[in-house]
Structure formats: C-alpha cells, structure tokens
Design a protein. Structure first.
Length: 184
C-alpha cells in the first residue's frame, strides 16, 4: 500500500486534472494508523506536495506545524460517524455545484451510480468549514457514501482514497448527465 501522503498528492493532482476541482478548492483525507492525513490549508490541488499534508489525531489535535484544511471538521465528523471509512474526497466539481439546488437528492441515472452510490442526497447550505456543515454531512454519510452540498461541492467516502475518488467521479457524471438531460 502506498503511504497516505503519496495517495493525497496523487489523487489531489488527479482531481484537478480531471476537472473535479480548481485551484484551492476541495480537500482529500486518509485515516491511517489512527491519524488523519489531510490537505493543508492554502494548498493548491494540482501542485500538491508531501510538505502540504497536515496530520491530525481523531480528537482534532494538529500534529506538526502544517495547518489542516478549513474543512478538517467535516473530515473528522465523518470518520467519527463511520468506522468503515478510511478516506474522504471533498471536491468542487462544476456540474455538481450547478445542480445543487435541485431539491433533496440528485436522480440516479447510470447503473454504476446505482450500484456504488444508491442515492446522492443534497445537503442544504451551511457555511464552509463550520461545525454545522460537519454535523449535517456526518448525519447524511452515516447512511450514504456520497452527498452534494448546496452551492459548495461534494463529499464521497471509501475504504481507500481510490474508492472515494472514483465515487466522486460518479457523482459528477450523474450531475452532468442530469444537467444535460434537463437543459436540452
């Protein structure tokens, strides 16, 4: 298995390359040996390096001098809510944000999304980085592996970062297909 730092760098760059986020937007994390490895605050996804990975304990304490993303509460709340989750992708893909005002869930269109996601709930807007957002998302993620945050982005989870990342791609594909179907 690759180190959590290697994984974060690899999938952060890939998220930017595949258009799932831009510039500073989004963050990924991995839970490994009781510690959360997460993108540092201010790090740019397509230029990530190992020096831009923050480490935290499960009780929310920062380890080392690298400050975690402002969304660290969201990551921490999900790990506390789901024992099976070992990785989280929080990204800002365009179509998912564009359709985030459609109601309480995004319709499932493809067989893959049905199989791997079952449902894609939409969480009402809460301020980025807030405890309220973390609590809302953790509640939804107790039952689902993906969610869209109104006017903000998406969150997906997995046993590995690879799994969480590919679920994020499925969410964005679902949003794009729904958008194209509705707008044409």
């Amino acid at each position: 298995m690759n180190s959590p730092v290697f994984q974060l760098v690899k999938y952060s760059r890939l998220a930017h390359e595949r258009g799932l986020t831009a510039a500073f937007g989004g963050n990924l994390s991995v839970l490994f040996n009781g510690k959360i490895f997460v993108k540092a605050t201010g790090a740019v996804m397509d230029d990530m390096s190992g020096a831009q990975v923050a480490v935290m304990t499960l009780d929310g304490k920062q380890v080392g001098g690298v400050r975690p993303s402002s969304e660290w509460r969201l990551h921490l709340a999900i790990y506390r809510a789901r024992e099976d989750v070992r990785a989280i992708a929080h990204l800002h893909p365009s179509y998912s944000i564009a359709v985030s005002n459609i109601g309480e869930r995004l319709p499932i269109i493809t067989p893959e999304a049905e199989l791997y996601l079952r449902r894609i709930p939409v969480v009402p807007f809460r301020p980025a980085g807030s405890e309220e957002l973390a609590e809302e998302i953790a509640k939804v993620m107790e039952e689902y592996d993906a969610a869209i945050m109104e006017n903000h982005g998406i969150v997906t989870v997995g046993r590995t970062l690879r799994e969480a990342f590919y679920k994020a791609e499925l969410v964005e594909e679902s949003a794009k297909l729904w958008y194209l179907r509705e707008k044409h």
